[in-house]
Design a protein around this ligand. Structure first.
Ligand code: HEC
Length: 188
């Protein structure tokens, strides 16, 4: 049985490249779904368990969708988030991330956020990687944990401070650029 699964997965991967949707379309689909899922999960957790308990749910790994995406789109190597001002150092931007985010920030207009962009990168060892970047704006629902002043309650502030002592992801306003969802594809 394990062998049959292996063959099926290999076949799927080939079709996804040969005849399946282009990386840009897959990126739109994956980033769109993750974003919608994040919003729903956060709002649901805040409503039922309160903002302190919800803190653990602004993580992609906390979303049931992540595993499903990997299975459904075999060409996707990983999905992550990054930002110029980060809460979890693990999400810190690399040089390519930073240049996309800085370009967006310099021309940022909340009324007309930029369209997603595709980047093809070559690492020092020569391997190629294709990345899809989608901007993530700050919405009012995010201010409970990423806003300024009283928008973040003392309890939430304390809980975030305990888990993320180096937090830089506060003092955002609605409409600001918060960061990016990045979908990385396997090299050909
Ligand atoms: C209940 C608190 C809470 C709310 C509400 C919340 N976040 Fe977060 N956010 C966090 C925490 C905690 C992290 C760190 C997650 C981790 O460890 O990866 C984080 C991380 C992020 C990151 C990854 C970059 C980084 O700073 O580490 C992005 C992007 C992000 N949030 C965007 C948003 C957006 C957009 C919203 C509104 C739709 C939102 N968040 C609402 C708590 C929250």
């Amino acid at each position: 049985m394990p062998r049959r699964i292996g063959i099926a997965a290999g076949f799927l991967a080939v079709t996804a490249f040969a005849a399946g949707p282009a990386p840009q379309e897959i990126g739109d689909e994956v980033a769109g779904r993750l974003f919608a899922n994040l919003m729903t999960t956060l709002q649901e957790k805040i409503a039922t368990e309160g903002p302190e308990a919800a803190i653990a749910y602004c993580r992609l790994e906390a979303l049931p969708l992540t595993a499903q995406v990997a299975e459904e789109f075999p060409s996707v190597k990983n999905v992550r988030r990054t930002a110029l001002r980060i809460r979890n150092p693990v999400n810190g931007p690399d040089a390519a991330d930073r240049s996309v985010l800085e370009e967006w920030l310099n021309a940022w207009n909340p009324a007309a956020p930029p369209k997603p962009v595709m980047k093809e990168l070559t690492a020092e060892d020569g391997t190629k990687e294709v990345r899809y970047y989608r901007p993530v704006p700050v919405m009012s629902a995010c201010l409970t944990c990423h806003g300024s002043g009283d928008e973040i309650s003392p309890n939430v502030r304390a809980a975030i401070g305990r888990d993320y002592p180096q937090d830089e992801a506060v003092d955002f306003h609605e409409g600001d650029l918060r960061g990016a969802i990045v979908v990385t594809f396997q090299a050909d």
